[in-house]
Design a binder for this molecule. Structure first.
Ligand code: ATP
Ligand code: MG
Length: 299
């Protein structure tokens, strides 16, 4: 049964697509059957996997709006064990058309149902907003992975986002967990990066992945060659960091199966609560841990 993970952050350019594509490829290279769902009308994950724009190609739009069987929009990515549901700009239309549909928040969840047995992991690349497409992704997912760029005000941004996720959890998907917060574009030569990483760690504790994605030019170059970084330059620091992240994600999934819990009690509520405690002047420590499998979030 696939673990479905949305890669989401309403902020643009923080490394969502880079993470979706490279984590997916690293999972596939670890023998995990993986599907990447491009749920962003920009179609960046689709092009990063080497698919040029093609108006004739079926995309997520056909499934979400025209109710075509999802098997017909799944493509072989050309990488072993990695499949893709592509996107293109028509998905903007889906965002508008969904608004007037019944059960509009759960269309993607319904669509993905027949695929759950076929994959070990399904990663959904979200657009940079909290629109209906992102809500669909979060409604369909077991967990959300939040990439955060190591920059000024990152802490405030994550706190707000987790607060929003807590609300969404209550309204749409009570079992949505936090897979983890991923520090991206980390530059160990700058004090700012180090300071931001230290602040995030002290605030969110074990909810931050151990793996950190460095700023690495190979990661930026790989999409223009239409391939994930592990095929473009396996020895780059970017490739190593995503392979390490995949190990963490796999280990977390195995721990979860071992303990027989889905940790719905540790979703967005915990950090939101600690953020609230902080803004109230309280001592906000680490009150939840998605990656260690321990600790419970008050809700
Ligand atoms: N670790 C990294 N090192 C260097 N460049 C990176 C890194 N991660 C992402 N980039 C580059 O930064 C830009 C934004 O990354 P990406 O497209 O993954 O972000 P995004 O969150 O998906 O953006 P959007 O919100 O527009 O969907 C891209 O040009 C990408 O190649
Ligand atoms: Mg993107």
């Amino acid at each position: 049964m696939a673990r479905i993970i949305a890669i989401a952050n309403q902020k643009g350019g923080v490394g969502k697509t880079t993470t979706a594509v490279n984590l997916a490829a690293s999972l596939a290279s670890s023998e995990k059957r993986t599907l990447i769902v491009d749920s962003d009308p920009q179609g960046n994950a689709t092009s990063a996997l080497g698919f040029a724009k093609d108006p004739a190609r079926r995309t997520l739009y056909q499934t979400l709006i025209l109710a075509e069987p999802i098997e017909r929009v799944v493509m072989d990515s050309q990488i072993d064990l990695l499949d893709l549901i592509p996107s293109d700009k028509n998905l903007v239309g889906a965002a508008i058309e969904l608004i007037s549909m019944e059960n509009r928040e759960y269309k993607l969840k319904q669509s993905l149902q027949p695929l759950r047995e076929k994959y070990d992991f399904i990663l959904i690349d979200c657009p940079p907003s909290l629109d209906i497409l992102t809500v669909n992704a979060l409604a369909a997912s077991d967990a959300v992975l939040v990439p955060v760029q190591c920059e000024f005000l990152a802490l405030e941004g994550v706190s707000e986002l987790l607060d929003t996720l807590a609300r969404l959890r209550r309204a749409i998907n009570p079992s949505l967990a936090i897979e983890g917060i991923l520090l991206t574009m980390y530059d160990d030569r700058t004090t700012l990066s180090k300071q931001v990483a230290a602040d995030l760690r002290s605030f969110f504790g074990a909810q931050i992945f151990d793996s950190i994605i460095p700023r690495n030019v190979r990661l930026a170059e790989a999409p223009s060659h239409g391939m994930p970084v592990i095929f473009y330059d396996i020895h780059s620091r970017g490739a190593e960091s995503y392979i390490q992240l995949a190990r963490e994600v796999i280990a977390n999934a195995e721990k979860r199966v071992g303990s027989g819990t889905e940790r719905a009690d540790q979703g967005a509520g915990a950090p939101a609560a600690s953020a609230a405690a902080a803004s109230a002047g309280g001592n906000a420590g680490n009150s939840g841990s998605s990656s260690s499998g321990s600790g419970a979030g008050p809700e």
